[in-house]
Design a protein around this ligand. Sequence first.
Ligand code: 4AZ
Length: 317
Amino acid sequence: MAQSHTMALRRWMLVLTLVNLLSAGESLIICGTAQLNPRIVGGEDAAAGSWPWQASLQRFGSHVCGGSLINKEFVLSAAHCFSSSNPDGWTVVLGRQNLQGEDPNEASRSVAGVILHPNYDSDTNDNDIALLRLSSPVQFTDYIRPVCLAASDSVFNSGTDSWVTGWVLLPSPKTLQEVEVPVVGNRQCNCLNGVDTITDNMICAGVLAGGKDSCQGDSGGPMVNRQGSVWVQSGIVSFGFGCARPNLPGVYARVSRYQTWINSHISSDKPGFVQFTSSGLDADSSYTCPGLQLSTTASPTTPSIPSPPTSPTTPSS
Ligand code: 4AZ
């Protein structure tokens, strides 16, 4: 009984996702699917083709940051990876498993344009998002495919299972790493990292025990979540207080906040936006600590200040 119920739910999720995909556009039909998908600090080697949207952003031949392919000629990354919007010297490498050596499945492009979010704040890391336009479109293969992006109405409750990929300081041959981390709600993340460090444009993930995290060279790379058969990007590796330390979750730019901004820079072949939904209530909405404002992002049905009774309540007699 329970099993057939789960199956029916799964099938329904798939139908919903497909309807979403078909109603929105072009890259949609194939975004977020990894034909070859059967871990970064505390991660594991990724199998070739597991994360076909993963990009290495290189400057003068050296890996600087990660990124994700979102259609045939745009890559999403972090604004803090760039000191200016000058694309000279940058190369985007796609289809790679190892950072070192040649890869028969790779394709690389120079960068025609770097678009930094106009409200990126390098002091607070708010709006840490950038778009790169490739010099020419890439052909999709089993090793090179775009990821779906979380649409603006997406919800990622605390505990949502997420995967982060990247090439942090690794021994040769520098195999792409993948790490599984749960979402940590914004209220709890603020309490742990320091009240007012986490804005609504950010999403956190990490294990409170420590040991699993993204780190410096992973910046700009994707955090993704699986919904049915598609992978949806929820975050962009942005910052953290150290890496993999206990009670200090990693901080990511919240992709769902940028659907309008991203679409405003891509006129044709729009990326695939998919609404990600979490079931149940979000435990984070009731999380609090000294100094944290009452429910800024909490459920709108909960009044932030209880209204006093209009007249004294006396037992009716
Ligand atoms: C960095 O310096 C950095 N643990 C990126 C991500 C994290 C920490 C530092 C997340 O770019």
